[in-house]
Structure formats: structure tokens, C-alpha cells
Design a protein around this ligand. Structure first.
Ligand code: AMP
Length: 284
């Protein structure tokens, strides 16, 4: 039986009685196939699965969509139940950030670029909540999506730097049939915007094709992506990046190591991200 738990003390008590390995999938809820793919992988690899559902206020900027972010715990529970999840941990804000809270976890360098440059303070909120959740859940493995490529890289760094005794598993990006990466934020799109949204996947595919055909100029790959994005009038490009997939430093010379092609695009008020890795093994 799947158990819904809202307090840290109850989570600790139930967790301590689980025998064998525990896989953990942290989410902000409003689950889709992307999330469920992580849960399935965790269920395959671990004896028990814990999923957290928490819209974490500290990772949203003051002008971002914290209030509007979609929430539906009952729907999420009904999607998780058939997957053999043991515990859904859905804490309250007071449980996560009680009065007097003042301790944060910060990964310094990897968060200065890409999403970190566009969303001030975002990763400090992410690493803080994920560190807290790791301490509460004490998982053997934690599952993250390639969809949020920089987040996975930042969390791996945190786990290594702070000696968390667990393994990070990164799973491929799950897409809609037209290529749009699944995201809880896709629900914000009007039908017209929804039609424009797969341009990001098309831009990535165009760059991937050029790479497969032998193109190794990082500048040229950036141009190829921008050409596709700029031909979509509803899409407003925030950034397009060709970066080293380990250091996340922007490349300007020829590509020799695995590269992360990534972008953030606004369609109306909705901000969407997507990425692929070229020349590596973990393409999503
Ligand atoms: P979120 O609820 O957006 O914070 O996402 C929770 C986890 O699901 C993160 O590790 C995301 O990277 C992952 N995720 C979100 N969308 C997708 C997707 N389309 N494919 C694979 N993983 C995803």
C-alpha cells in the first residue's frame, strides 16, 4: 500500500523500517510521463521507492510562477499508485522551512551560467531543498531527468562535495510525439502556443543533424539553433548555448568533447527549456 506522508518525523519513522535499497524521485508534482519514467526506473533498480511532491518556494524568483505552478496531489497519487511506490512525501512549507530557517547549500561555479545566470538564486533553492530531502529520505539512489541538464550536473557536484552516501541516476528526456519535452509548465500554453512549442526540439534536431554530418564549429551549431527558433514568431529566445557538458563553460572553438546544447525560450509568459548532449553517451 502506498502511504502519503506529510511530516518529516513520520517519514523518518516509516523509512527506518524499510529493508533493502531505497530509490528516491524528487518532484514538484503535476506529474507527467517524464516523472513517471524516473519512478519506473527507480522501481526496477531498488527494493522501495519514495517520491516527494513539493513546490519548493526557495527555487522560484519573486517574479516567477510559484503561485501559478499547477498542483493536484490526488491526481498525482493516482498516477503513482500503480507503479509500486511505497511512500509519497508531500511536506508543508512549515515542515520544510520552519520559522528561523537560515541555512542554504550553494554550488558556486556551475550555477553561474545558463539557468543560473537567467534565474538568480534558483539553484541555491534547488540544492538546499534536495540536500534536505536527501537527509530526510536517506536514499541509496536518487533519480533526475536529463530535461534539467544543469540541475543534474549541479546535484552530482553537491553530492560529491558534501559526501552524500548515494548514487545519482540521470534518465533521458521524455517527449511528446511532436518532440516537445514534457513539462508541468506545458499546461500554461494556449493551443496556438502549444503548436509553436516544439520549435526547441526542432532546433536541437537541426543542430544534431549538422553535427552528425560532421559540423564541429560551436558557433555554427548555435546559429543553426537560432535560425530555427527565430523563424517561430511566438518564441522569444532567452539563451542558446553550446557548452562543455562537464564544466558548462561556453565553447567558442571546435567541438572535441561531449557538448550540451541547451536553450531557454519564452512563449508568451511561459518559459520553457530543452537540451541534448552530443558526443556523449547520455543523450536525452
Ligand atoms: P520537476 O517536477 O519539474 O521539478 O521535475 C522533477 C524531476 O523530473 C526532475 O529530475 C526533472 O528533470 C524530471 N523531469 C521533468 N520533465 C522531464 C522529462 N520530460 N523527461 C525526463 N525527466 C523529466
Amino acid at each position: 500500500m502506498m502511504q502519503l506522508i506529510k511530516s518529516v518525523s513520520e517519514l523518518r519513522s516509516v523509512r527506518s523500517k524499510l529493508a533493502g535499497t531505497v530509490g528516491f524521485v524528487p518532484t514538484m508534482g503535476y506529474l507527467h510521463e517524464g516523472h513517471l519514467s524516473l519512478v519506473r526506473r527507480a522501481a526496477e533498480e531498488c527494493d522501495h521507492v519514495i517520491v516527494s511532491i513539493y513546490v519548493n518556494p526557495t527555487q522560484f524568483g519573486p517574479s516567477e510562477d510559484f503561485e501559478a505552478y499547477p498542483r493536484d496531489l490526488e491526481r498525482d497519487m493516482s498516477l503513482l499508485e500503480p507503479l509500486g511506490v511505497d511512500i509519497v512525501f508531500a511536506p508543508t512549507d512549515d515542515e520544510m522551512y520552519p520559522p528561523g530557517f537560515q541555512t542554504y547549500v550553494e554550488v558556486t561555479e556551475l550555477t553561474k551560467v545558463l539557468e543560473g545566470a537567467s534565474r538568480q538564486g534558483h539553484f541555491r533553492g534547488v540544492t538546499t531543498v534536495v540536500a534536505k530531502l536527501f537527509n530526510m529520505v536517506q536514499p541509496d539512489k536518487a533519480y533526475f531527468g536529463q530535461k534539467d541538464a544543469q540541475q543534474a550536473i549541479v546535484i552530482r557536484r553537491m553530492v560529491a562535495d558534501l559526501n552524500f552516501p548515494l548514487e545519482i541516476v540521470v534518465c533521458p528526456t521524455v517527449r511528446e510525439p511532436d518532440g516537445l519535452a514534457m513539462s508541468s509548465r506545458n499546461t500554461y500554453l494556449t493551443p496556438e502556443q502549444r503548436e509553436a512549442a516544439p520549435d526547441k526540439a526542432r532546433a536541437l534536431s537541426a543542430a544534431e543533424k549538422a553535427y552528425m554530418d560532421g559540423e564541429r564549429s560551436s558557433g555554427r551549431l548555435r546559429e543553426i539553433m537560432l535560425d530555427v527558433l527565430n523563424s517561430e514568431p511566438l518564441a522569444e529566445v532567452e539563451y542558446v548555448s553550446v557548452a562543455d557538458n562537464e564544466t558548462l563553460q561556453e565553447l567558442d572553438g571546435p567541438i572535441e568533447k561531449p557538448v550540451l546544447l541547451s536553450m531557454a525560450v519564452r512563449i508568451g509568459k511561459t518559459r520553457l527549456i530543452d537540451n541534448i548532449v552530443l558526443g556523449g553517451t547520455d543523450r536525452g
